[in-house]
Design a protein around this ligand. Structure first.
Ligand code: ATP
Ligand code: MG
Length: 386
């Protein structure tokens, strides 16, 4: 029996006249996600998108892949029948009975998108229900709280399917523009990537390295994190910024207690520079309010003030436990926990400023040639496409 996947986009009803832009993007993203998995036709069909194999391709691996594509609210495997009443109420009813084999109660819900079809939706439901009961007398109809619902949809063909699986939700990747992620090797920033990609942001990533204080293994870890994230974010450009000279200059010239704050201001400036060059409209970090000394409000204000672009912090209201749960769900947790040093842990002050005054930070920072240090770091930045 020929199968296909029926996809219900999420949230697109909010988009009014722009809806088709989101639908087209979702269709394109679906095509990209399943390219190389066989010959499938991806088609918009009223309020749904259908993925139909052109030959005998199995739809199950595609179904699993599509569960990670943003912009899909629900999806189901549907069985395709000709729009022929005899076939629908014989072969279709046989199929429905097999889908109900572990259940006690059911209902049938029908939708007739093709208004030329002879029967109206309630009639289709009623007849299908009767055919199912004829085949299995133990089943009972329960319209309020059925164990399972059988859906009959009359579109360009007749589709029969059962309860839908929840999709990844969110908006189609790219529909909110582009953002630049500050990606460390920790637990938090990969989770931020996932959450912002979910809101439709196409991402590139910036990682700061301080060789020889940070090792090639730390860099490799970040690349593996990007590979894991790719399932959700699509391919990402990774910018590896040479941060050693900046950190050494700060250590030589600035008071130790301001070290982390000044370092973070450099990170923001450099990330924003890369963001401007690559068409990003926002910076994204994995910060969460109060998690560490550099994430108190005064510290966040001090980092914010060097950037003109919005800084998105999707984890700001989550605690570490909640963040770790998402990290496990998206399968970045184990890699994040590998113990390689990050440039933030190199030269950490023993007593960081928790309540920094902006003028003090600026005074300390002015001991450095900021522009010169930044342009040198940018010159040595490497780009990798992952
Ligand atoms: P994470 O788990 O994401 O590393 P964290 O709790 O360790 O976060 P910090 O080390 O203070 O917090 O870093 C805060 C944020 O700054 C990170 O979430 C990330 O967005 C950014 N960041 C920190 N270190 C780096 C780095 N080496 N390269 C790029 N971004 C970084
Ligand atoms: Mg970190």
């Amino acid at each position: 029996m020929k199968k296909m996947i029926l996809i219900k986009p999420g949230e697109l009803y909010l988009k009014g006249k722009n809806r088709y832009i989101f639908e087209n993007r979702l269709s394109d993203n679906i095509k990209k996600a399943i390219s190389g998995m066989g010959d499938f036709e991806v088609k918009k069909s009223q309020s749904a998108i259908t993925v139909i194999p052109r030959g005998q391709e199995d739809t199950d691996p595609v179904f699993q892949r599509l569960q990670k594509v943003f912009g899909i609210a629900r999806l189901s495997t549907a069985y395709i029948f000709p729009k022929d009443l005899d076939v629908i109420f014989s072969e279709g009813a046989d199929l429905a009975v097999s889908l109900l084999q572990n259940e006690k109660t059911f209902k049938v819900e029908s939708k007739r998108s093709d208004k030329k079809f002879k029967l109206k939706s309630p009639e289709i439901s009623k007849l299908m229900g009767a055919e199912i009961l004829k085949r299995n007398g133990k089943l009972k109809v329960d319209v309020n709280n059925p164990d399972r619902t059988i859906f009959v949809e009359i579109r360009d063909s007749a589709f029969i399917h059962t309860n839908q699986t929840k999709g990844a939700g969110g908006l189609p990747l790219g529909s909110s523009g582009k953002g630049t992620l500050l990606l460390s090797g920790g637990i938090d920033s990969p989770v931020s990537a996932y959450l912002m990609a979910k809101r439709g942001l196409k991402l590139n990533a910036v990682h700061f390295t301080s060789p020889p204080f940070t090792s090639p293994a730390a860099e490799d870890k970040v690349k593996r994190l990007v590979e894991k994230l790719n399932v959700f974010t699509g391919s990402m450009d990774l910018y590896l910024v040479y941060f050693t000279e900046i950190q050494q200059a700060i250590r030589e010239k600035c008071k130790e207690e301001y070290f982390t704050l000044i370092m973070r201001r450099f990170m923001m400036r450099i990330a924003e520079n890369i963001a401007f060059k690559t068409g990003s409209k926002a910076l994204i970090t994995g910060e969460s309010l109060g998690q560490v000394a550099s994430q108190t409000l005064p510290a966040l204000n001090s980092t914010d003030s060097v950037a003109t672009m919005s800084i998105l912090r999707p984890l700001i209201g989550l605690d570490k436990f909640e963040i770790s749960e998402i990290s496990q769900k998206i399968d970045t947790y184990d890699i994040s926990c590998e113990p390689y040093e990050d440039c933030c842990t190199v030269f950490t002050p023993t007593h960081p400023k928790i309540n920094p005054k902006m003028e003090d930070v600026i005074r300390e920072e002015q001991k450095l040639d900021i522009d010169e240090l930044i342009s040198k770091a940018l010159e040595k930045t490497r780009k990798e496409i992952i």
